[in-house]
Design a protein around this ligand. Structure first.
Ligand code: NAD
Length: 503
């Protein structure tokens, strides 16, 4: 048994995952760190039984007052604080994130729990003036039913918590289908959730949170069920194209969080040192495998040569290696297929006129069996077809612009619409970028990079990113059904719009 597997098993045992759960099934879980096999899990065979349990749980949970439901989420936050080191390390082992990003992901879970606890006392509706005398109108929000969560490999725990913390305070049970590439993190979260339930007491029904294990077919079985009124699906646009129509066909609600192709505009007035730091973190963090990773740099021609030179220099010294080594900044790609995809994107970029700096596989000084690469910068003559495609790897395409209208047009001229940013010290440019005629993305930042969002804002994007919003602001409303109530406290029965219907 190699050292990696040994470490993994110690962490899994501390997280309460024992050999009987981890062995005996057909789904092989490997670590991107070195390709070691971590577990062989049994796939979920009976989705109907899972959904039936969630339906029963819903009947009880919706009767628990929302602030009391918040208490369960508060306890979940406490259990996550206690398990942060181990769960973060498991995320690093299973998804290949460097240690601080694994820990950061768990911190995000804690943050959304805190947010949801407060929100549990703020499920506000409006009071609306009625046009009829002696009448009052109001809006009330009600639990909606089981929420199905599908998550991607690259945020194996945070995405569940964004959805689950809110779904729970809104009165709904959750069924989670994690990525088949990162199911151990999900099983660990379930154990942590059950610890919180134990402390919470009997108000929490059985089946309030369930994990189902498997690939697309297991997800598809949940997506097809009319008994799961909300499907929150995070992953590629390809997945969203399959899931969205199925949910729509049965008049369910989908929250789609799909691929991104995020850009930064760097204006002549930009603080270039700050821009370089932001570019490097957002383009190579998580080895370019964040939905919000920076993939396109649209830089003013007057500073293009200088900026590219600074970036090439910064990239040359980036430590690539095991994500478990605290000195590493660039960990592995998720698997060898991801490496192949990166190499074919770079080949396509060359054919389309790109000049590639870096991008080669790294085999020296890294664990054998992992897909390690040097992040790439590609000088492009224009925003060609490959630039408009999301390649889930650390490739940064650089293009020039001469006036801001043109830069904004380029920023918006891709099918995806997740995150975007501008570096400028010019107030007019900054305001224009976040105005009606600026960025068309769900997230638009000024003087920070496109990745690393805080949980307080609504997260999501437009166009092929799917249109969903999760996490902060009023994203909780997607997990409830809205009801409009008109209350008549008069002894008359006037009709709206002055309609007469005397009998
Ligand atoms: P993926 O689409 O391959 O898989 C995501 C999840 O969808 C997995 O759990 C998978 O089993 C499931 N799935 C796939 N097809 C399905 C189907 N037909 N029915 C039901 N479930 C199905 O994505 P991935 O490789 O794990 O993750 C990378 C992608 O996710 C990138 O495109 C990235 O941009 C995107 N992503 C988006 C966000 C966001 O918030 N917008 C966040 C993280 C990742």
């Amino acid at each position: 048994m190699n050292k990696q597997v040994n470490t993994a098993q110690t962490i899994l045992a501390r997280l309460g995952l024992t050999a009987d759960v981890l062995q005996g099934g057909n789904l092989t879980v490997t670590s991107p760190v070195d390709g070691a096999e971590l577990a062989h899990l049994a796939e979920t065979a009976d989705m109907d039984a899972v959904i039936a349990r969630a339906k029963v749980a819903f009947r009880d949970w919706r009767n628990v007052p929302a602030p009391r439901r918040g208490e369960l989420v508060r306890l979940l936050g406490e259990e996550l604080r206690a398990a942060k080191d181990d769960l973060g390390a498991l995320v690093s082992l299973e998804a290949g994130k460097i240690l601080s990003e694994g820990q950061g992901e768990v911190q995000e879970m804690i943050d959304i729990c805190d947010f949801a606890v407060g929100q549990s006392r703020m499920l506000y509706g409006l009071t609306i003036a009625s046009e009829r005398p002696g009448h009052r109108m109001m809006e009330t929000w009600h639990p909606v039913g089981p929420v199905g969560v599908i998550s991607a490999f690259n945020f194996p725990v945070a995405v569940w918590s964004w959805n689950t913390a809110l779904a729970l305070i809104c009165g709904n049970p959750v069924i989670w289908k994690p990525s088949e590439k990162a199911p151990l993190s999900a099983l660990a979260c379930q154990v942590i959730f059950e610890r919180a339930v134990k402390r919470f007491g009997e108000d929490a029904p059985e089946g309030l949170s369930q994990v189902v294990i498997g690939g697309a077919d297991v997800g598809a079985a949940m997506v097809a069920s009319k008994d799961v009124p909300v499907i929150s699906a995070t992953g590629s646009t390809r997945m969203g194209r399959a899931v969205g129509p199925v949910v729509a066909e049965r008049f369910g609600r989908s929250i789609l969080e799909l691929g991104g192709n995020n850009a930064m505009i760097v204006a002549p007035s930009a603080d270039l040192d700050m821009a370089v730091r932001a570019i490097v973190f957002s383009a190579v963090g998580t080895a370019g495998q964040r939905c919000t990773s920076l993939r396109r740099l649209i830089v003013h021609e007057s500073i293009r040569t200088e900026l590219v030179a600074k970036l090439v220099k910064a990239y040359a010294s980036l430590p690539v290696g095991s994500p478990l080594d605290p000195a590493t900044l660039v960990g592995p790609l998720v698997d060898m297929d991801a490496l192949k995809n990166m190499q074919s994107a770079l080949a396509a970029a060359r054919v389309q006129g790109g000049v590639v700096h870096g991008g080669e596989p790294v085999t020296e000084g890294v664990p054998a069996g992992g897909a390690y690469v040097r992040p790439a910068i590609v000088d492009m003559p224009e925003q060609s077809a490959i630039v408009q495609t999301e390649t889930f790897a650390p490739i940064l395409y650089v293009m020039g612009y001469s006036d801001l209208d043109q830069a904004i047009e380029m920023q918006n001229a891709v099918p995806q619409g997740l995150s975007s940013c501008i570096f400028t010290l010019n107030m007019r440019e900054a305001e224009r970028f976040v105005s009606d005629t600026g960025s068309d993305c769900g997230i638009a930042n000024v003087n920070i990079g496109p990745s690393g969002a805080e949980i307080g804002g609504a997260f999501g994007g437009e166009k092929e990113t799917g249109g969903g919003r999760e996490s902060g602001s009023d994203a909780w409303k997607a997990y409830m059904r809205r009801q409009t109530n008109t209350m008549n406290f008069s002894d008359e029965l006037p009709l709206a719009q002055g309609v007469k219907f005397d009998i």
